[in-house]
Design a binder for this molecule. Structure first.
Ligand code: SF4
Length: 432
């Protein structure tokens, strides 16, 4: 069906109108998440069980490491596997055996499913079970799907983190579980530099023992139980959040830590849960917030009153739109999002101008028509749309860059603003 179907009428208390459409989509698959996940979890290996296309995607997106041993690879499903001549399970076991016997540094192995492994119905959950019998406790084998069938690229992280949570022992089996002390968990992959900055702010707030998930070490996992309160650092973790809550944890409602306003409110939510006074919070946030305000001010001169159009891709679109409209004065023509998680985004939606058009899902032809009508100054889209749009004279920003680049927190607010101002600044220079 091509029509645009309003599913939620505009309600000023709740935020803008959300519409949705279905049709052809232009998004990357969940394998892409391996690129930032393998950098974060430093003793894990991601083995894609897929085709040469999958191998090509990962290698070209992540680059080839010349000096270091890579921590991702592809077990190629070839014609013999597809036609059923070879036993794909046997082949997979052979590859895993070779890999784990050679690489003693690997402590967690992710078997990552792909479109081809789903097509031949290769059961990677059973494969992980079988391989765990052989390699656990030295290596934990987990599995998740990064397939591009009905997913968008950030869902790869959600599926990966969700598989880790599922594999954790029940909290009551853990020695430190019954301390009965409220603890804070930050959920979502953040660059190490951001994690360190946030830890410093939490420490200045008097909050110690804050854990980040995923961490750098896959063997050191948080204990999640009813004493856990958690803050999402990324807006695309629906399944992970559900599994965390199944273990009794409570989510703190907050906007996402993008820009000065979002980051301040995110820390405020933590302060509220741990009864930290306004004075202590203010003292901890004042200096980094001032640095961030100074850093974004110079980008406002380029971005203010410029029109921006988002094609749905990263699921970061709503928090980014909030930042760009409220802190940099940009005009939102359309905010396309692959999927809107109403609860996780509730605080964000309230902050958007009530006349913002949020389009959930995608019908790329219709959206291109609307983009042309809106005639935006800047278009945020996937790589597949960027070149044709540039050829038509639009200035574009690749949405995938917003996931690869450290953008969360106060000290990154200026860099985040620059990701949007740079292409416009460049265009102005060329035109001058
Ligand atoms: S998982 Fe599917 S969409 Fe992704 S690279 Fe492999 S074949 Fe392509």
């Amino acid at each position: 069906m091509n029509s645009v179907i309003p599913i939620q009428s505009s309600n000023k208390a709740l935020g803008p109108n959300i519409q949705h459409e279905r049709g052809q989509r232009e998004v990357f698959c969940g394998l892409t998440g391996i690129i930032w996940l393998h950098r974060k979890i430093q003793d894990a290996f991601f083995l894609v069980v897929g085709s040469r296309t999958c191998a090509h995607l990962i290698q070209s997106a992540a680059g080839v490491m010349i000096f270091a041993e890579p921590r991702f690879g592809t077990a190629i499903i070839d014609d013999r596997d597809l036609s059923g001549i070879a036993d794909a399970n046997e082949e997979l076991d052979k590859v895993v055996n070779q890999l784990l016997r050679r690489r003693k540094d690997i402590k967690t192995l992710f078997l990552v499913g792909s479109c081809p492994s789903e097509v031949i119905k290769l059961d990677l959950a059973r494969a992980a079970q079988r391989l765990n019998k052989e390699f656990n406790p030295h290596v934990k084998v987990l599995n998740y799907s990064g397939s591009g069938i009905e997913t968008t690229f950030t869902q790869g992280e959600d599926a990966c983190l969700s598989s880790i949570i599922e594999s954790l022992p029940p909290a009551h089996l853990n020695e430190v579980a019954n301390e009965n002390k409220k603890k804070l968990l930050i959920v979502g992959t953040l660059a190490d530099v951001i994690e360190d900055q946030m830890q410093r702010i939490f420490k200045d707030m008097g909050l110690t023992g804050v854990e980040f998930f995923p961490g750098r070490n896959s063997q050191k996992m948080p204990v999640i139980d009813s004493n856990t309160v958690y803050l999402l650092a990324q807006p695309f973790l629906a399944d992970t959040a559900k599994r965390i809550e199944d273990r009794g944890a409570t989510r703190l409602a907050a906007p996402f830590p993008l820009g000065v306003e979002g980051t301040s409110a995110w820390f405020e939510a933590a302060a509220g849960a741990f009864e930290i006074s306004k004075e202590v919070l203010e003292k901890a946030l004042a200096a980094p917030r001032q640095r961030a305000l100074t850093a974004i001010a110079r980008h406002k001169t380029v971005l203010e009153n410029k029109k921006i159009f988002f094609f749905p891709d990263s699921q970061l679109e709503i928090p980014l739109a909030r930042f760009l409209s409220r802190e940099l004065g940009m005009k939102l023509t359309e905010v396309g999002v692959p999927y809107v998680h109403r609860q996780h985004l509730e605080q964000e939606l309230k902050l958007l101008p009530t006349d913002t058009l949020i389009m959930e899902g995608q019908h790329v032809e219709q959206q291109l028509d609307r983009c042309e009508q809106a005639n935006p100054d800047l278009v945020v889209c996937g790589l597949g749309l960027a070149n044709p749009l540039e050829a038509k004279g639009y200035t574009t920003k690749w949405s995938i860059e917003l996931v690869f680049t450290p953008i969360q927190g106060f000290d990154q607010a200026g860099d985040l603003a620059e990701l949007f101002s740079r292409p416009l600044f460049r265009k102005e220079k060329i035109a001058a």
